[in-house]
Design a binder for this molecule. Sequence first.
Ligand SMILES: Cc1ncc(C[n+]2csc(CCOP(=O)(O)OP(=O)(O)O)c2C)c(N)n1
Length: 331
Amino acid sequence: MEHLLDIYRSMFTIRKFEEIASRQIVDERIRGLLHSSEGQEAVAAGVCLALDQNDYLTSTHRGHGHAIGKGVHINLMMAEIFGKVGGANKGKGGSMHIADSTVGMLGANGIVGSSIPLACGAALKAKIMGTNQVAVSFFGDGATNQGVLHESMNLASIWKLPVIFVCENNLYAQSTPSDYSVSIENIADRAKGYSMPGEIVDGMDPLAVFDCAKNAVSRARDGDGPTFIEAKTYRYRGHFLGDNPLRYRSDSEEFDWKKIDPIPRFRVFLLEEGGATKDELDDMELAINENIVRAVEFAKKSPFPSHEELEKDVYDNYPKDQLNRTVSSME
Ligand SMILES: Cc1ncc(C[n+]2csc(CCOP(=O)(O)OP(=O)(O)O)c2C)c(N)n1
């Protein structure tokens, strides 16, 4: 029962976090892009709950759900998205580069496909050190057309790395439909070419995702190597906030996927078959909302990083006079 509630808590937190963060963009408290994963929460929640805290995770430009699932504190996440010092990366990473190594979150990443070799590197380290950790890489259907996925899967297979490749197939890479750009109907079938299991899972069903991920994690911990999981899912918003998805997909398609929205469906399941009560779920939802509102307050109160901070962590080897010129030109 507790584990069912954990899944719901995780999905609901991701949904509300992104809804509330999106409103901050509209109100111009956040500058820059925000890629919402609303609709895809069951994948992040299901996979992350199959992991231990010290397992590794690498993510994408659409990574808020993965970071929340892995346990990054929402105050640190919100402040990071606001670009504030109190953020997980002192406000210098922003929405697309949230990392917190204390919970194994090695980073979201704006370069499509780049999460994949990083997870293999983490898995290689775990294997060499004999720590029994596993690494998960999340990426989209668009990323599966990048050469780096294929190189990484090949190495992971020959070295039997404890890594799990999780493709969130939400049917579009920006505005490009995957049935146009991907050469195969089921991306999971590509796993055959690299001698690893290729699992297809309903990405709108958190329990199916959890079971699938748990098997892949056991396989990795047992030393049997990588698994490729293709979770069929859908993003409800545009590619980023500001993109109108109805330019390239129909409202009837959106409507059909919203009918199987994982969150209300799982709520009904919890009430009818999971032993939860309405009061219990209402209380949980209220508490989550309040925590996220508090995270916004935390982010608002935190200062922006100073110019001196620009030189730290990021531009280690950047010539100082050039940096000063760049900063002055921005003022
Ligand atoms: C190497 C690289 N090429 C192109 C881009 C521009 N870009 C950003 S997101 C995106 C689409 C990614 O689609 P997908 O991998 O399916 O992930 P989704 O956005 O659907 O989650 C592209 C092409 C980029 N960031 N990095």
